[in-house]
Design a protein around this ligand. Structure first.
Ligand code: ADP
Length: 164
């Protein structure tokens, strides 16, 4: 059974991520979306909120599982018997970092390979940070994220505003 991991922050999940998920779910028997549980203060959503959100927007894809993790990606992959890591490439700016990451992982875990899917041109400009930036100024993000996600982003930003 071919098990792949698609890791990321997904803060929040965008149509760009969803496109990579749909395409890679067709390639492998099981795709585990690994939500990085980073304690960075800049994260809008907690990792468990992100997991729930992703589960809801991927519920129609039967071979997708969503889990959060912290620590090394390679350890998470081993624990889940996955030997493939999926990453998306948008622009040349992604390339350098992704190359370094995949080569480092290859040294630590030679049995694990990283595969790259190039972005759907429609979403090549799209990132979670851009979505958050637009939402912070009450802009319309419905072209970038699922309707349910857009609602949660709006609620969360309004709550953060109130908290000051
Ligand atoms: P990270 O913090 O690991 O970069 P992200 O959630 O930003 O996490 O992205 C996870 C993965 O999805 C990365 O491989 C990233 O390049 C890819 N990705 C993000 N946005 C897009 C997009 N619009 N099109 C294709 N791939 C994307």
């Amino acid at each position: 059974m071919k098990v792949a991991i698609y890791p990321g922050s997904f803060d929040p999940i965008t149509y760009g991520h969803l496109d990579i998920i749909k395409r890679s779910a067709r390639m492998f028997d099981k795709l585990i979306i690994g939500v990085l549980n980073n304690c960075s203060k800049t994260a809008l959503f907690t990792s468990s909120e992100r997991v729930t959100m992703i589960q809801s927007v991927t519920k129609s894809i039967p071979n997708v599982e969503v889990k959060s993790f912290d620590g090394l990606l390679i350890d998470f992959a081993h624990k889940n018997q996955a030997d493939i890591i999926v990453r998306g490439l948008r622009a040349i700016t992604d390339f350098e970092y992704e190359l370094q990451l995949s080569q480092t992982n290859k040294v630590i875990a030679p049995n694990i390979d990283t595969v790259f899917l190039t972005t759907n041109l429609k979403y090549s400009y799209l990132s979670s940070s851009i979505v958050k930036e637009i939402a912070r100024y009450q802009g319309d993000i419905s072209a970038f994220v699922d309707e349910s996600v857009a609602l949660l982003v709006k609620e969360k930003i309004a709550k953060k505003h109130q908290e000051g």
